[in-house]
Design a protein around this ligand. Structure first.
Ligand SMILES: Nc1ncnc2c1ncn2[C@@H]1O[C@H](COP(=O)(O)OP(=O)(O)OP(=O)(O)O)[C@@H](O)[C@H]1O
Length: 230
């Protein structure tokens, strides 16, 4: 069991405050999904958890222990794997070499994504967007990480490959945090905790099902026989 959390986290990019005091917790094993529009701060939450951006206020906690000052490489050494939305693979290395950076046995990644096998000798930079995402997510599968943070895992993937990706991520024995524009269809019906961000603040926290119910408009009151609404 691992829980990663932010407490009143603030992050600045120069003069811009991207997170205005975000508090959230992602317990594992299990899936937590960060939802929000472009620029809402989802990627920044992942970076704050991973330590690739510094906090200007608040704290990052692992199992209640303050790791705010722990450098990103040290968090990686302790079992955190961040898959960013861009430049998540080494383009000048082959697919095989990319997988080999994590483990000498790429078997589990090839079981999840058989379509990577014929691509093993190819330079990763020559793969399509969806193929590169498969390779990037494979790193997280192979890393046996305790904390897995993935920014838009299924970007560019065909629907069936995307569904496979979420199935594999949901089965990881890790604390998994995903940043998404909207709840992936493959996760509907699963018990997923959601934080919705807007302009750098949490505007909803709860089970995905609860969020869906709130978004469904209530039926209008039915008029009574005398034409007057009850
Ligand atoms: N490296 C950066 N330098 C300056 N501003 C940044 C940087 N990265 C993000 N921002 C700004 O911080 C805010 C939050 O960005 P963030 O990337 O976290 O949002 P997001 O919800 O992941 O959206 P997207 O998917 O569009 O990246 C935005 O206003 C964005 O313009």
């Amino acid at each position: 069991m691992t829980t990663v959390a932010l407490r009143h986290a603030r992050v600045h990019y120069g003069p811009l405050e991207a997170l205005h005091g975000v508090t959230l917790a992602a317990p594992g094993p299990g899936l937590t999904v960060l939802l929000g529009r472009n620029g809402s701060g989802r990627s920044t939450v992942l970076r704050a958890l991973a330590g690739t951006v510094p906090l200007s206020g608040g704290a990052v906690l692992w199992d209640g222990v303050d790791v705010t000052r722990l450098p990103a490489h040290e968090r990686a050494r302790r079992g955190l794997c961040l898959v960013p939305d861009r430049q998540a693979v080494f383009g000048s290395l082959t697919v095989r070499e990319n997988l080999g950076l994590t483990t000498p046995d790429p078997g589990p990644a090839l079981a999840a994504y058989p379509q990577l096998r014929p691509l093993l000798p190819r330079r990763a930079g020559t793969l399509s967007g969806g193929e590169q995402r498969m390779l990037a997510v494979s790193r997280a599968l192979l890393a046996r990480a305790r904390v897995v943070l993935v920014d838009e895992p299924a970007q560019g993937m065909a629907p069936a490959v995307a569904a496979r990706t979420y199935e594999v991520l949901a089965r990881l024995d890790a604390c998994v945090v995903l940043a998404e524009q909207r709840l992936p269809p493959a996760l509907r019906g699963r018990r997923v905790f959601v934080y919705e961000l807007s302009r750098g603040a949490v505007v909803f926290a709860g089970e995905a099902g609860e969020r869906e119910r709130r978004r469904t408009p209530r039926p209008r009151p039915v008029d009574g026989p005398d034409g007057v609404g009850s």
